[in-house]
Design a protein around this ligand. Structure first.
Ligand code: 2HA
Ligand code: ZN
Length: 276
C-alpha cells in the first residue's frame, strides 16, 4: 500500500487540516505525531527507505524500535494536505531509543519538528502510564487558552477548575485535569521533561504564553480534547471580558454529583472552596 493511501495517514492529514481550519496553526506553529501500529507499518513497508541515524536529543528507551508519523520542522499545517510528502515524515527509533531515522517523507529535506523531544517523551510517559493505549500527541497554538495564561495563576488547580466550570462536559472529557508548564524555552529536552512529567497524570498540558499539548488514544479523541479545552477557554475569555465576577457557576457539589452520575473520578484537589 502507498503511504498516502493508508488510513492512519489520511486521519493524520485530516486532523492537521482541521487544526489549520480552527486557526490554531499560524505559519509553522504546532506539530502532530502518531505512534504507528505494527500492522500499519507492515502495510506500507515497501515504500520505506531509511536515511541515516540522527540523535533525538533525549532518550526514550521504552519506545525503542517504534515508528512514528510526525510533522516536519518549519513545515506549515496549512500544507499538510496540499504537499504531504514535503510536510511530514515517518521515522523509526533505534534499539536504545536515542536516535531516529527518516524512512519516508520530507522529500525536500529537513527534520522532524523541533519539538521531537517533547513528542517522544510524552509518548513514552503515556506508554508507561497506560500500556500503549495512547498513540497521538498534538501540539497547537489556540488563542483563547494562550490568552488565559496571562491572567490566571499558572497552576494545574486554577486552569482545571476554571475550564471545568465553563462547560458541563469538560470534567467528563478531561476528568484527570490539566497540567501547566511555566514559560520555558521551547524545542529542547528541558521543556520535554517538564511536559512529560505532567503527562504522567494528565492528558492536557498547557505551555504558558505558547500553546497546548494533548494526548489521546486516536486522532478524533485527541483533536476533540484540544477542541473542548479551547472552546471552554473561549467561553472564559468572553465571561472575563464582560465581568471579573461570575454571577453563578457550577459549584464543587455539582461536580461531585456529575462525577457520580457519569462514572468519572474528579480529584478533590480541583474542588477547593473558593469562598474560604
Ligand atoms: O513551530 O509550535 O513549539 C512549531 C512549534 C514550536
Ligand atoms: Zn509551539
Amino acid at each position: 500500500m502507498k503511504v498516502l493511501d493508508a488510513e492512519f495517514v489520511q486521519s493524520f492529514m485530516r486532523t492537521a487540516n482541521d487544526g489549520w481550519l480552527q486557526g490554531w496553526h499560524e505559519r509553522n506553529g504546532g506539530n502532530l505525531s502518531y505512534r504507528i501500529k505494527p500492522e500499519e507499518i507492515e502495510a506500507v513497508r515497501e515504500e520505506l527507505s531509511p536515511a541515516e541515524w540522527r540523535p533525538i536529543g533525549t532518550e526514550v528507551p521504552a519506545l525503542a524500535k517504534e515508528y512514528f508519523l510526525i510533522t516536519g520542522s518549519g513545515k506549515y499545517f496549512r500544507n499538510v494536505t496540499l504537499r504531504p510528502e514535503d510536510s511530514f515524515c515517518i521515522i523509526e527509533l533505534d534499539d536504545k531509543g536515542e536516535n531516529y531515522r527518516i524512512c519516508w517523507g520530507l522529500v525536500n529535506g529537513g527534520r522532524p519538528t523541533s519539538e521531537l523531544p517533547a513528542h517522544l517523551m510524552n509518548h513514552e510517559a503515556k506508554f508507561l502510564a497506560n500500556g500503549g493505549k495512547h498513540r497521538v500527541i498534538y501540539h497547537a497554538h489556540p488563542a483563547n487558552t494562550i490568552a488565559l495564561t496571562f491572567v490566571l495563576p499558572l497552576t494545574d488547580e486554577a486552569f482545571t477548575r476554571e475550564l471545568w466550570e465553563m462547560a458541563t462536559e469538560c470534567p467528563v472529557v478531561f476528568p484527570d485535569g490539566i497540567g501547566v508548564v511555566p514559560w520555558m524555552v521551547p524545542g529542547g529536552r528541558e521543556i520535554a521533561v517538564a511536559t512529560s512529567e505532567l503527562m504522567k497524570s494528565y492528558d492536557v498540558a498547557i505551555w504558558a504564553h505558547h500553546g497546548i499539548f494533548c494526548s489521546g488514544a486516536d486522532f478524533d479523541l485527541t483533536f476533540g480534547l484540544m477542541h473542548t479545552v479551547e472552546k471552554s477557554a473561549e467561553i472564559l475569555v468572553k465571561v472575563l471580558s464582560m465581568t471579573p465576577h461570575k454571577r453563578q457557576t457550577i459549584e464543587p457539589e455539582g461536580f461531585r454529583q456529575l462525577a457520580k452520575d457519569f462514572g468519572v473520578n474528579l480529584p478533590e484537589k480541583f474542588l477547593y472552596d473558593k469562598h474560604a
